[in-house]
Ligand binder design. Structure first.
Ligand code: GZL
Length: 333
C-alpha cells in the first residue's frame, strides 16, 4: 500500500518530468530564430488579457510576459481586466476584431468562457491559456494550457503539515484564506490540501474564507478569525500576499506568526520568502509566475501551425526557512 507521501511525491516528480519533457519538446522543435513571427518574418501580434494586479505574483507574471514578448519580437496588445471576467471577455472580443495572430489569457475564473472562445475559434484565431485553466469540456477551444498543477500545490502544503505534526496529539485547528472565488488556483489548492489532511482526523479546518489573493483582504479576514477563534494553530493561505496580510493581523493581536500560529502559503514571491527566512512563515510551496518565455515559444509554434503540447506544466519546488534564506539573494521575483 503506497503511502500518501509516495503518491503525492510520485505525482510531483511526474509533473516535473512532464514539464521538462514539454520544455524539451518545445526546444527540440527547431526553435525560432527569434526574428519574430512564425512565417515570413512579419511580426507576430498577440492579444493578452491579464487577470489584474492583485498580488506580487501577478506583477511578476505581467513583467515576465511583457519582457518576453519584447525579447521575442512579438507585438503585445496587453489588457488588465482588474479582476473582472466581463473585462476579459470584452478584451478577447476586441482582439478578435483587431485580427491578432494569437490570443493568450489567464482566466480569472474557471467557468463561462465557451461562447467567447467559440468566437475566437470561428475567427480562426488560436487561443493559449496561461497560469489558470477553464472548465470547458470542448478542448478544441484552446491550443494549450501552460501553468501549474494547483491540486498538487495544495497537496504539497498538506503533506508539509502532516509531517510537521507527525506524532503530536490533536486537535490541530486550521484556518484557511482562500483565493478569489471561482478561480482555478483557489478551487484546486483547497481540494488538494483537504485531500491530504482528511487522512488524519486531528486536523480540523475550523474556518475557510476568501481573502481575494490580496494582502488587504487577507489581513481583514484574519482579524475576524482571530476575534472568533482563540485557539488557532495553523494558517493555510492560498498565496503569500494573503499570508503577509494575516501576519500583520496576528502580530497586532499580540501573537507570534510562525510560532504561535504556523503558516503555510503558496507562490514564493520575494516578500513571502523574506518572511519565511525570518521565521514568520514556516513553509512555502512555489508557483512560478515566469511563464513569459515558454508562452512566446508556444505562440510562435501555434502561429506556424506546429503541433504543441496540450498541457505545459511549470516546474516548481518548495521552500523551508533555510532554503528560502539561501535562495533569496538570487530570487528573480
Ligand atoms: C497562480 C495564480 C495566483 C497566485 C496568486 O498561478 O493564478 O493568482 O497564486 C495570484 O498570487 O493572485
Amino acid at each position: 500500500m503506497r503511502s500518501l507521501e509516495d503518491v503525492v511525491l510520485k505525482k510531483w516528480s511526474a509533473a516535473v518530468l512532464a514539464g521538462a519533457l514539454a520544455v524539451g519538446a518545445l526546444a527540440g522543435c527547431g526553435g525560432d530564430d527569434g526574428d519574430g513571427g512564425g512565417g515570413g518574418g512579419d511580426k507576430l501580434v498577440m492579444g493578452f488579457s491579464q487577470v489584474g494586479a492583485e498580488s506580487g505574483w501577478r506583477t511578476a507574471n505581467t513583467k515576465s510576459i511583457q519582457e518576453s514578448a519584447a525579447a521575442a519580437g512579438i507585438e503585445l496588445k496587453f489588457s488588465d481586466a482588474q479582476g473582472k471576467q466581463e473585462n476579459q471577455i470584452k478584451a478577447i472580443r476586441s482582439f478578435i476584431a483587431q485580427r491578432v495572430d494569437v490570443i493568450a489569457f489567464s482566466p480569472v475564473v474557471e467557468s463561462g468562457w465557451d461562447p467567447v472562445l467559440k468566437e475566437a475559434k470561428d475567427a480562426n484565431i488560436p487561443v493559449i491559456l496561461t497560469d489558470r485553466s477553464v472548465d470547458s469540456t470542448d478542448k478544441t477551444l484552446y491550443k494549450t494550457f501552460i501553468g501549474s498543477d494547483f491540486v498538487l500545490e495544495g497537496q504539497k502544503a498538506g503533506l508539509w503539515l502532516t509531517k510537521e505534526y507527525e506524532g503530536k496529539p490533536g486537535p490541530v485547528n486550521i484556518v484557511e484564506l482562500q483565493g478569489s472565488p471561482g478561480a482555478a488556483p483557489a478551487n484546486d489548492r483547497k481540494a488538494g490540501f483537504a485531500e491530504v489532511i482528511k487522512k488524519d482526523p486531528k486536523f480540523k479546518v475550523i474556518a475557510s474564507q476568501t481573502g481575494q489573493f490580496t494582502r488587504t483582504d487577507g489581513k481583514e479576514v484574519m482579524e475576524a478569525f482571530l476575534k472568533t477563534y482563540p485557539d488557532i494553530d495553523v494558517l493555510y493561505a492560498h498565496n503569500d500576499d494573503m499570508g503577509l496580510g494575516a501576519i500583520e493581523a496576528i502580530e497586532a493581536a499580540g501573537k507570534k506568526p510562525g510560532t504561535d500560529i504556523k503558516i503555510v502559503t503558496v507562490d514564493a514571491v520575494k516578500d513571502g520568502m523574506t518572511a519565511l527566512s525570518q521565521g514568520k512563515i514556516n513553509f512555502i510551496v512555489e508557483c512560478s509566475p515566469l511563464l513569459g518565455p515558454q508562452l512566446m515559444d508556444l505562440a510562435k509554434k501555434v502561429k506556424a501551425g506546429e503541433q504543441v503540447e496540450t498541457r505545459v506544466l511549470t516546474e516548481e519546488t518548495t521552500f523551508n526557512k533555510e532554503q528560502a534564506t539561501a535562495a533569496l539573494p538570487t530570487r528573480k521575483y
